[in-house]
Design a protein around this ligand. Structure first.
Ligand SMILES: [Zn+2]
Length: 117
């Protein structure tokens, strides 16, 4: 049985996490995915419609960063419980290659392919 190196996994996840938090802050959003209000879209656009479109786009980005962040947090929680690298769906071990490529994976490739997510 292969032992997943929890310390290395944690390190990878935390590096990934701080990258996401940084990207969120660049968009003017908090870790919780909420816009802080420091970013005033109105100034950059004369047209209110364009400002709204821009805001919608930013919110979409924030949303997707936030969901990645949630995935990282879920994976980190699994590291804490000692279940990191175990598929949440079928209980099999997730391959090291997959974890290296996507550290936040909580499902094996088979379950992921089945659900399309
Ligand atoms: Zn599975």
């Amino acid at each position: 049985m292969t032992t997943i190196d929890n310390a290395a996994a944690k390190e990878r996840l935390e590096a990934e996490r701080s990258k996401l938090v940084h990207q969120l802050s660049e968009l003017g959003a908090t870790e919780a995915g909420e816009l802080t209000g420091d970013v005033d879209f109105g100034d950059a656009f004369a047209d209110a419609g364009a400002a709204t479109a821009e805001r919608t786009e930013v919110l979409g980005l924030v949303e997707s960063l936030k969901s990645s962040l949630d995935g990282i947090d879920a994976a980190l929680a699994k590291v804490g419980r000692g279940t990191y690298g175990i598929c949440t769906q079928c209980g099999s071990r997730i391959s090291d290659a997959r974890l290296e490529h996507r550290p936040a994976s909580v499902r094996c490739i088979t379950c992921k392919d089945k659900s399309g997510g």
